[in-house]
Design a protein around this ligand. Structure first.
Ligand code: UDP
Length: 475
């Protein structure tokens, strides 16, 4: 079949960190391959940013977006229900609506691509006999862990975090117990069970797309393609692996807001952008230390501030941008804004991150290492201070700091202990003022080129997307 006659539906889990990569993928397939795209976006009612983002995408994209309203799950969860479990329940409860939307489509999709938390759609794809692909919007290392965790589950006793040896994923880098993804931290919690199930569901798809590229993770991608032990968990014989990244949003040429105008006045690569993704939060004490660390460092900064949370670091995830931006600044140390008025800018709740990271004045990114943020940094050649909070971010931080050499990080995990102001001050200085920082920046710039090559015509990710389209056409 000719690719211009294809119709592909993409299903996105709630949360900006999921919606953004799905929209970018949809755009890429629509604009580069002329494919009709329908995005089914499971929404959250509490996120103002998400609502606005969807509305804006609706206005200008060449793709159709069908919001799937979130179902009230309050009777199925309580305050102790972890984020991973909430995601799974939200998607599970949305399935009847998703099914009826697909059933009512006059042009039935030729393929269904589903984002990480939507793998429970399998029976619906099978019922309508639609080829199905999983979209893993993060690294291939985490994908290998996802699918192989079912083996660890059978072979390993006790908590993973208590292991003395790293976990050995066949053909891949070993994984330190302290770096395991959040759902693996406590095997008695429901989110662990959901995580293992999700990993099994992945193996029933007709292939997987990964938002990474060959040169970034050559060893892991090779293992996913060829390592018999790792591939023994796959239920589909020739399960193809498509590294199609790094896909990220492009810069919007919109009005130059206050932040961009301020950046315009700063020196080349002199500013550190500080942000913890769409929903990462710090404890009150950590927020105070960070404020002092930034102030003492005397480096220029732009900091996206949201109110602290002394509970889970991901507590604001399904509420990105919140609905009340007034309170965020009230938690900063007294006088901070006045004292730092010539050094930095504080942005409550949400900033135009892609535009900021693409600005030539930005020379560093203190980040929670969410994968979208990471690739937005690397594709701009911006080195990082890795400050992992939740999900798979510890793995990302380890890869960035220890393997790729494009980040520095605190001596202790920020989720385990407070990172004190002196250490923050020190990291800011190392990144922005020392030879070590320069060396890290050079490595980040090399990755920027490697990413660009991967996506250019004839590059590995470009070819991989073409391979995916061909695979769909031949089904
Ligand atoms: N983001 C943004 N402005 C903000 C915070 C986040 O535009 O103030 C965007 C960011 O550019 C990225 C996404 O939200 O595309 C966050 O995704 P990521 O995977 O980095 O982290 P998550 O939010 O899923 O933890």
């Amino acid at each position: 079949m000719d690719s211009s006659k294809l119709h592909v539906a993409i299903l996105s889990s709630p949360g900006m960190g999921h919606l953004i990569p799905v929209l970018v993928l949809g755009n890429r397939l629509a604009t580069h391959h002329n494919i009709k795209i329908t995005i089914l976006a499971i929404t959250t009612s509490s996120s103002l940013t998400e609502t606005q983002f969807l509305k804006k995408s609706h206005e200008k994209e060449t793709i159709e977006i069908i919001p799937i309203p979130s179902v009230d799950i309050s009777h199925l969860i309580d305050s102790s229900t972890k984020l991973f479990t909430r995601f799974r329940i939200l998607v599970r409860e949305a399935l009847p609506e998703i099914r009826s939307v697909i059933a009512s489509m006059t042009h039935r999709p030729n393929a269904l691509i589903v984002d990480i938390f939507c793998t429970q759609i399998l029976p619906i794809a099978e019922e309508f006999n639609i080829p199905k692909y999983a979209y893993h919007p993060t690294t291939s290392w985490t994908l290998a862990l996802f699918i192989y965790c079912q083996v660890f589950d059978k072979e390993i006793e006790g908590e993973y975090v208590d292991l003395k040896e790293p976990l050995k994923i066949p053909g891949c880098k070993a994984l330190r117990p302290e770096d395991v993804v959040d759902p693996m931290l406590d095997r008695r919690n429901q989110q662990y069970e959901e995580y293992v199930k999700l990993g099994v569901e992945y193996t029933h798809f007709d292939g997987v797309l990964i938002n990474t590229w060959e040169d970034l993770e050559p060893e892991t991608i090779k293992a996913l393609r060829n390592n018999d032990k790792l591939r023994s968990v796959l239920k589909v014989p020739d399960y193809p692996i498509y590294p199609i990244g790094p896909l990220r949003r492009t810069v919007e040429i919109a009005e130059r807001d206050e932040v961009i105008q301020w950046l315009d006045k700063q020196n080349l690569e002199s500013v550190v952008f500080v942000s913890f993704g769409s929903g990462g939060t710090l404890s009150s004490q950590q927020m105070t230390e960070l404020a002092w660390g930034l102030e003492l460092s005397q480096q220029k900064f732009v900091w996206v501030v949201r109110p602290p949370s002394d509970g889970d670091a991901d507590s604001a995830y399904l509420n990105s941008g919140g609905n009340d931006t007034r309170t965020a600044l009230e938690y900063l140390p007294e006088g901070f804004i006045t004292r730092t008025k010539d050094m930095g800018l504080v942005v409550p709740m949400w900033a135009k991150q892609v535009e900021i990271l693409s600005h030539s004045s930005v020379g560093g990114f203190l980040s929670h290492c969410g994968w979208n943020s990471t690739i937005e940094s690397l594709t701009n050649g911006v080195p990082m201070i890795a400050w992992p909070l939740h999900a798979e971010q510890r793995m990302n931080a380890t890869m960035l700091a220890e393997e790729l050499g494009v980040a520095i990080r605190p001596a202790v995990l920020p989720t385990k202990k407070v990172v004190w102001r002196e250490e923050i001050q020190g990291m800011m200085r190392i990144l922005m003022q020392t030879k070590e920082g320069k060396c890290i920046r050079e490595k980040a710039k090399k990755l920027k080129m490697s990413a660009k090559n991967a996506l250019s015509e004839g590059g590995s990710s470009y070819n991989s997307i073409c391979g995916l389209v061909k695979n769909i056409c031949t089904r």
